[in-house]
Design a protein around this ligand. Sequence first.
Ligand code: NAD
Length: 310
Amino acid sequence: MPKIAIIGAGDVGTTIAYTLQISGIVTEIVLIDINQKLAQGQIMDMNHGLFFVPPVYLTAGNYSDCRSSDVIIITAGARQKTGESRMSLVERNATICRSIFDEIRPYNSTAVFLIATNPLDVITQVVIKHSDLPKHQVIGLGTVLDSARFRYIISQYCHVDARNVHAYVIGEHGDSEVILWSQVRIGGTPLKEFSKESTYACDPIDKESVTKDIRNSAYHIIEAKGATNYGVSLAVRRIVEAIIRDENSVLTVSTLLNGEYGLDDVCLSVPCIINRKGIKSIVETTLDQSEEKALEKSAEIISDTYMNIC
Ligand code: NAD
């Protein structure tokens, strides 16, 4: 039965644990943090709610408890302060994530590793290179949340259920991410046609302001409440579900590209098929010229940052 280990019992790690606890899709969750007291307190609190949810075994543990985990989620590390970019965290978090992987290595090298720590594309690449694990086994949470934000915003303009909007954000999970306007579909209908049709009474969409809203979402939330935790945890829950249920679901996670989209040796998000093994394959969708250029730029930014810390 599915066992999940979560490294980092801060806002993100704990909300992921709670989201998984109430989801009923896993049977065991272990929460690990350098601050053991914090992890123990979080678990004690969640255990007091067990009466109200499907059975799940929750513990605060140490790295040996990663043994037999199906998915190991890494959320440990520094987070952005108000106005700070994700890339500014890179050196601190690369060091933390390398050391965490070394701690886990003796106990588990078969799990799927899911990276949430920022800047997540660079950190995903750091873990892949440092660990020598097959690349399909290390997934960056990527732009799954950014794609969800895009779908939500379009759903508000078009007055439809967000689940019926197909829209993708690819590239860096950060300032250079690429909003794929050319691919937006509502119930199979291209956005351009859907928004023209008077029956649906869509509000006019200002693409520039929507793009800005998606890119700046995390900055606005951090300014308002100091951290982001709910949206990201639901995105993680979705990826975990796709893995443990062997779903072959298409999600925009961060992966190491080797020639796909004309890009080499860089981690960034593109649509990928996710199943029990992690990433089954990369989907190469059609991009228009400006999207292609923007993706190249995004790859360059991630690559340069990665090279600087190697
Ligand atoms: P937080 O400060 O609340 O928690 C971080 C936790 O990591 C702390 O409890 C700390 O004790 C622990 N930690 C630090 N070093 C450790 C180590 N060596 N071993 C074990 N635990 C260690 O931060 P947060 O808000 O939970 O954010 C965590 C990370 O997730 C940040 O890098 C943040 O930028 C990132 N994040 C990513 C997304 C996304 O969409 N990918 C969204 C939100 C936050």
